[in-house]
Ligand binder design. Structure first.
Ligand code: FES
Ligand code: FE2
Length: 364
């Protein structure tokens, strides 16, 4: 089956249910995703797989990051193997040049090649925020991006964030489920420096917010990992607090904002920003102290999550026996499933209205 992007197919058409499943497994479209920390992208081309698509990214001389499908339009060599000429890449195989907008300005091996001046490569919209590269993954009906809205803690100068990111060998949905399950803090992380306290038994409840909902313990707050928030603002994010005394740093609650990008159906990259509400000279001091005293402990906790998730039984989510504490992840699953169905239906409707398959997003 020729897949042009998740949920959009070439010749053979999957059933609606199969298209929804593909979309759910590879990642919903029409959203911004963090794809890499900013420091990872320099002038040399970098190849990444995100939402099962191969992408090449590089930073031009003005500092702007570009992202293209990692495929030369001539004969399909990886553009990642080529080199940067500033605002464009040159393919290693025969030197074809591709600009950041996907247009081929030059075919050095032949005069007046038909490729010249044409947009031959899919390009992606890129934003750099909070020290992180975000890419818009639209379907063919949403090639132009919606506004990227991130939680205040990532964009307001009142906060300082330290990014921690890791590659996990599990589907991205497990990483979301894990954060939507605060109760695991009191068990999986029971020996941790920050989650050893509090009740091992709780009543959980859901509370709606403007951008999603909060899933929280009904009778405990500020003791352990007691609540988690799910938000969709043209990007999917999670927010939680870890309790710390004043000795662990200034600025009130220690907040964590989490996001995840699917790599492919069996891998993902998680992004966790550790955040304090601080300003001025305290920012640098806090960062130094955090790195010296706490970061290693947090990595240890994150490793506990990674080990459990990577070792889950095959197709674990198809053989579950959920209880009330799983209502948060259940609500997220329902929300994502509805969004996936809506996206598949909209594509099918557009296709039947046009009497043809919609073009893959971003291709001229
Ligand atoms: S394959 Fe890239 S220039 Fe030929
Ligand atoms: Fe955890």
């Amino acid at each position: 089956m020729a897949i042009t992007s998740a949920g959009e197919t070439g010749t053979a058409q999957p059933s609606e249910a199969a298209a929804v499943e593909i979309l759910m497994n590879r990642g919903l479209r029409n959203m911004w995703y963090p794809v890499a920390p900013g420091w990872m992208i320099g002038p040399a081309p970098v190849g990444l797989t995100r939402l099962s698509e191969n992408i090449v990214l590089w930073r031009d001389s003005a500092g702007k990051v570009h992202a293209l499908e990692d495929r030369c339009p001539h004969r399909g060599a990886r553009l990642t193997l080529g080199w940067s000429l500033g605002d464009r890449l040159a393919c290693w195989y025969h030197g074809v040049e591709v600009r950041g907008d996907g247009v081929v300005p030059r075919v050095p091996a032949q005069a007046n090649a038909p490729m010249e001046g044409k947009r031959c490569v899919r390009s992606y919209h890129v934003e750099e925020r909070a020290g992180t590269i975000f890419v818009w993954f639209g379907d063919s009906l949403h090639a132009d991006p919606a506004e990227l809205q991130l939680p205040d803690e990532l964009v307001s100068p009142e906060y300082e964030a330290i990014l921690c990111t890791a590659h996990w060998k599990c589907n991205y949905r497990y990483a979301i489920d894990n954060v939507m399950d605060p109760m695991h803090g009191a068990y999986l992380h029971a020996q941790s420096h920050s989650m050893a306290e509090g009740d091992k038994h709780a009543e959980m409840r859901l509370r709606k917010t403007d951008t999603g909902f909060v899933f929280e313990k009904a009778n405990q707050r500020g003791v352990n990992f007691d609540w988690t928030e799910f938000g969709i603002t043209n990007a999917l994010w999670l927010r939680l607090e870890i309790p710390y005394g004043k000795q662990a740093g200034p600025g009130g609650a220690f907040t964590i904002v989490g996001m995840v990008v699917p790599v492919d159906e069996e891998h993902c990259r998680v992004f966790f920003w550790r955040i304090r509400k601080i300003s001025g000279w305290q920012k640098d001091t806090w960062k130094f102290m955090y790195r010296a005293r706490l970061e290693k402990l947090h990595w240890d906790v994150l490793e506990q999550d990674r080990v459990v998730l990577e070792d889950m039984a095959p197709q674990a989510r198809e053989h579950e026996f959920l209880y009330q504490h799983d209502a948060g992840l259940g609500r997220v699953r329902t929300t994502l499933l509805k969004a996936a169905r809506d996206q598949v239906k909209a594509l099918a409707a557009a296709k039947s209205a046009a009497g043809e398959a919609p073009r893959a997003a971003g291709v001229a």
